[in-house]
Design a protein around this ligand. Structure first.
Ligand code: AMP
Ligand code: MG
Length: 325
């Protein structure tokens, strides 16, 4: 239990109303790459296996016109979190004080396969949380791994805090939808980065600054995602090589992210040979990193249709190319 009694995050007895079958059905759906509508104490989430890039891409598709922001990996307990992220003494102190509960810790990633590149937006850090809602914890325990679960609303709409609202938003995209009653907190989790230097408050939420500072001392201010300005935290992986978008073909020395039929070759990374946008989204961040690793003069990227997930892919690519801040 948290220092301030994290019981209060949990709502009342939702677990009672759920049969073990529902919990196992949700875990099975996650293992099969499906989406699950999942109650947490903050808001309803649309969850997927964090290790499965295609399932994670399906979350972004279900939300419609999304941006590829890094997602929070939800796990059943501190031990699982510590296998995924490098939690130092300060992170452990915060976890012990506020988990299970509405606190997300951003820390260096330890097991990059457990939370795929797309779920981390290509970063070397990972956001982890043990939610307080007993139903989501039961599902996470049955599943065993990490589940990314952004708010279950469609893009640009408010976060759902009741089952009906969540179901109306994205219920049709979920293989299993669990009703855990109204969310006890109804506000997104507090996000704290525990990396180099003092912990930084990235997003205010239900756990207050004063509560955090009582455990780890003064927090540093944080904002922005300017990867190259010291002390700032990047919200997206930015390749070292320049990115050239809408390229018909690579120039000499360039890596090439192809889309659709394209001959294999050195420096060619095909986001989706069949032209499937979900597959391309699932590959995007890993392939940007792989292309960067061969130290090309630039990363040329084939035109991506600006529809469905293509919009988010193009948004990300325009940012990588420096057209958007
Ligand atoms: P949600 O939409 O509730 O899943 O929130 C995700 C929040 O966590 C967003 O504010 C993200 O920017 C933040 N977040 C997740 N992963 C990271 C990360 N690796 N570094 C920084 N912020 C992160
Ligand atoms: Mg949201």
């Amino acid at each position: 239990m948290g220092v301030d009694g994290s019981d209060r995050w949990q709502g009342e007895g939702q677990l009672r109303h759920h049969r073990q079958e529902d919990i196992e059905a949700a875990a099975r759906a996650l293992r099969a790459g499906g989406l699950v509508l999942l109650p947490t104490e903050t808001v309803y989430g649309l969850g997927a296996d964090a290790a499965d890039p295609t399932a994670v891409a399906a979350i972004f598709a279900a939300k419609g016109r999304p941006r590829f922001n890094p997602l929070i990996a939800h796990v059943a307990d501190l031990e699982t979190a510590a296998r995924i992220a490098v939690l130092d003494a300060r992170a452990l102190a915060l976890a012990e004080a506020f988990w299970p509960g509405p606190l997300t810790l951003v820390a260096p990633v330890r097991d990059a396969a457990a939370v795929c590149d797309l779920a981390r937006a290509g970063l070397d850090t990972v956001a982890v949380r043990v939610p307080g809602h007993p139903l989501s914890r039961a599902v996470l325990a049955a599943f065993g791994g990490a589940v990314v679960a952004p708010s279950a609303n469609r893009s640009g709409r408010p976060s759902p805090t009741t089952f009906q609202d969540a179901f109306d938003e994205t219920g049709d995209k979920a293989a299993v939808a669990l009703d855990g009653g109204p969310c006890a907190v109804g506000l997104e989790s507090t996000v704290v980065a525990v990396l180099d230097g003092p912990p930084r408050l990235l997003r205010p939420g239900a756990v207050t600054r004063a509560q955090l500072e009582a455990v780890v001392g003064p927090l540093a201010e944080a904002a922005g995602d300017a990867k190259r300005s010291p002390g700032r935290l990047a919200l997206h992986y930015a390749p070292d090589a320049p990115v050239r978008i809408n390229a018909a073909a690579p120039a000499a020395g360039e890596a090439f992210l192809a889309f659709g039929p394209w001959p294999d070759g050195e420096g060619v990374f095909n986001l989706s040979p069949s032209g499937d946008l979900t597959e391309a989204a699932a590959n995007l961040f890993s392939f940007l990193r792989a292309a960067d690793r061969i130290r090309p003069t630039a990363i040329a990227v084939a035109p991506i249709p600006d529809e469905g997930l293509g919009e988010a892919i193009n948004d990300r690519l325009r940012r990588a190319a420096g057209f958007v801040g």
